[in-house]
Design a protein around this ligand. Structure first.
Ligand code: C5P
Length: 256
């Protein structure tokens, strides 16, 4: 049996991937299945927390004991998150933003289906930026949860990554900092942690078929440096607080 160490805590998890409408039948989306967020909600509830899962296009049925709020696009996800954070029932203790939120959305969704006309030019889609929900939560002055967790799904630098590798080569360890791709992933992640202002960043590699849609995941957990470490390494210093090897998403959830 799991410890009931989260009894009395309120936890908000977001999962899945947003779909940003292009017209009534089409969207810009991503490959997130929602399984990692689902596992986080499941584990938090099993450990006694009152859990709300804001689920963007997640197929799975609700984990036992979890309240699910389904959403479609980034703006709906943002509104759902705000209403949970501002719920008069009580403040949220921890928020885990596992959802893959689109950074950009089409500037305007067409009211009717975009048509292909004979000889017509391909349509051009103008994008505008979505609000950064995670950064918004972390920088709240009122009812900021004590623990704000973000995810960073990274593919590493575009150049030099496993050039010449074939499908038969084993994948390098997704948490091995001496691997050059992982080193560049961690460098991006340190900057992201500082920029977003969160208390923990779950860094996972999503290249080469990793993570998205898979039952397993591996990650490095990065946190702002403790004061003593910061003195030596500067204000934006970050520390690896855990390396979770490839395993079930529930195991990574428990580590978070
Ligand atoms: O910047 P990037 O999209 O890589 O950041 C990923 C993290 O930020 C995830 O935790 C995701 O849920 C969150 N995010 C967000 N709002 C956005 C984009 C990402 O909250 N518009």
């Amino acid at each position: 049996a799991l410890p009931h160490d989260l009894a009395g805590r309120r936890v908000l998890v977001t999962a899945g991937g947003t779909r940003e409408p292009l017209d009534p039948v089409r969207y810009l989306g991503n490959r997130s299945s929602g399984r990692q967020g689902w596992a986080l909600a499941l584990v938090a509830a099993a450990r006694g927390a009152a859990v709300t899962l804001v689920a963007a296009n997640v197929e799975e049925v609700a984990p036992p004991g979890v309240t699910v709020v389904p959403v479609g696009d980034a703006r709906e996800l943002s509104a759902a998150v705000d209403s949970v954070l501002d719920d008069p029932a009580g403040p949220v203790d921890a928020v885990v933003m596992a959802a893959a939120v689109a950074d950009f959305r089409p500037a305007a969704a067409a009211e009717v289906k975009i048509k292909k006309l004979p000889g017509g030019a391909p349509p051009v889609v103008e994008l505008v930026e979505n609000p950064d929900i995670l950064a918004g939560i972390a920088h709240r002055t009122e009812r900021r949860p004590a623990v704000v967790v973000g995810f960073a799904a990274e593919t590493g630098a575009a150049t030099g990554s496993r050039t010449g590798a074939t499908a038969a080569d084993p994948l390098p360890d997704a948490t091995d900092a001496s691997d050059p791709v992982m080193a560049s992933v961690l460098e991006y992640a340190r900057q992201k942690l500082a920029r977003k202002g969160c208390d923990l960043l779950v860094v996972n590699r999503v290249d080469q078929g990793r993570a998205f849609g898979a039952p397993d995941n591996a990650a490095v957990l990065l946190a702002p440096a403790r004061a003593d470490h910061r003195a030596d390494h500067g204000a934006d210093a970050a520390q690896v607080v855990a390396e979770v090897p490839l395993g079930p998403k529930t195991v990574l959830a428990a580590a978070v």
